[in-house]
Design a protein around this ligand. Structure first.
Ligand SMILES: Cc1cc2nc3c(=O)[nH]c(=O)nc-3n(C[C@H](O)[C@H](O)[C@H](O)COP(=O)(O)O)c2cc1C
Length: 327
């Protein structure tokens, strides 16, 4: 799965513990995303066999696409080039369409075990991992890298991105923050644009695109045509559609596109949440989703968000919204 350097794209971000296969399935039914990236699969003491990837990224069993036919890339995370390369090869043998390498995870346990953002401190190691994986993955499958600006020094982005390209990455995604910043605002887009100017592979801009205005500023500051949305994919579900329109992209044809209602139509949200719950293995994701909606949606002042976030189960939430509609 290669990124067309000349064609804009909107990409659904990997979010470990939140955007899993059922969530990817649900969110790609909107027809807003060109592809998605799986949650990271961690490679620690040994290479993972093909069956582990089939388990962790179940779309592999159906051609590595969601049921709406949107490609899913497999993301792996680890610090040992040999184990990463062998695992990548096994993922491809299992049916993956491309491998994305995680050099951005800020989790202390992951970083302590030589994975994620910690590699940003060692550009030559980062390059070595990209190269080892690129060498083992057949050329018809993509190898991409996802980085932050740096571990603690945002200036590290220039060398790390150059190293990723030199190692053979087909494109890179840059989250405009250091590991030290965690998720503290703001995300810095300007360096993403500078990297884009310096490299000849596509650069995907990522971080803090929560409104159409954010998107326009990010596009202006970076000059990018490829964008990745994470928290706003959950918190502002219609944003990707607005961005597609702005980029002149069509809605991707999916069997039954999911259209999110206006915020002041609780009855419609009751229907969406009911449908959502049926698509999920547990109630956990509804609470998570509601949390992101509550936090990031521009209309979070709407009283019914405050009311539903304290409710316990999905039945309670759906019933409450139905009652609101009736009043
Ligand atoms: C809960 C959570 C889980 C995440 N998991 C991953 C992951 O598995 N792999 C990865 O590369 N990035 C991961 N990220 C980072 C996001 O992909 C993205 O880079 C970051 O949230 C910034 O983009 P946003 O402002 O659009 O959310 C995660 C972020 C969050 C909030």
């Amino acid at each position: 799965m290669f990124l067309n350097p000349l064609k804009p794209a909107v990409i659904l971000a990997p979010m470990e513990g939140v955007i899993d296969a059922p969530m990817r399935q649900f969110l790609t039914r909107t027809g807003h995303y060109d592809y998605c990236v799986s949650e990271f699969v961690r490679i620690s003491s040994h290479a993972l066999p093909s069956k582990a990837f089939k388990h962790d990224v179940p779309e592999i069993l159906q051609g590595s696409v969601t049921s709406s036919n949107i490609p899913v890339l497999v993301q792996i995370l680890g610090g040992d080039p040999t184990l990463m390369a062998e695992s990548a090869e096994n993922a491809i043998a299992a049916g993956a369409r491309g491998i994305d390498l995680n050099f951005g995870c800020p989790a202390p346990t992951v970083n302590r075990h030589d994975g994620g953002a910690t590699l940003l401190k060692y550009p030559e190691r980062l390059e070595g991992i990209v190269r080892a994986v690129r060498d083992r993955v057949p050329k018809k499958f993509s190898v991409s890298a996802k980085i932050r600006l740096g571990f603690d020094d945002p200036g590290a982005v220039y060398e790390n991105s150059r190293r990723a390209e030199q190692g053979g990455a087909d494109w890179i995604t840059i989250h405009g923050r250091t590991r030290l910043q965690g998720y503290m605002p703001p995300a810095y887009w300007k360096p993403i644009g500078e990297v884009k100017q310096a490299l000849s592979i596509p650069v995907v801009a990522n971080g803090d695109i929560f409104t159409l205005n954010d998107f326009k500023r990010c596009r202006e500051e970076t000059g990018c045509i490829h964008f990745m949305l994470g928290r706003s994919a959950l918190g502002v579900p219609n944003l990707a559609l607005a961005i597609r329109r702005e980029l002149g992209l069509d809605l991707i044809t999916v069997p039954s596109p999911l259209l999110f209602p206006d915020l002041d139509t609780p009855g419609e949200w009751a229907r969406i949440f009911e449908e959502f719950c049926l698509s999920q293995p547990s109630d956990k994701r509804l609470k998570q989703w509601t949390k992101y909606l509550n936090k990031h949606h521009p209309s979070k002042g709407f009283t019914w968000w405050d009311q539903i976030k304290v409710l316990g189960s999905h039945e309670e939430i759906v019933n409450h919204l139905k009652q609101l509609k009736a009043t």
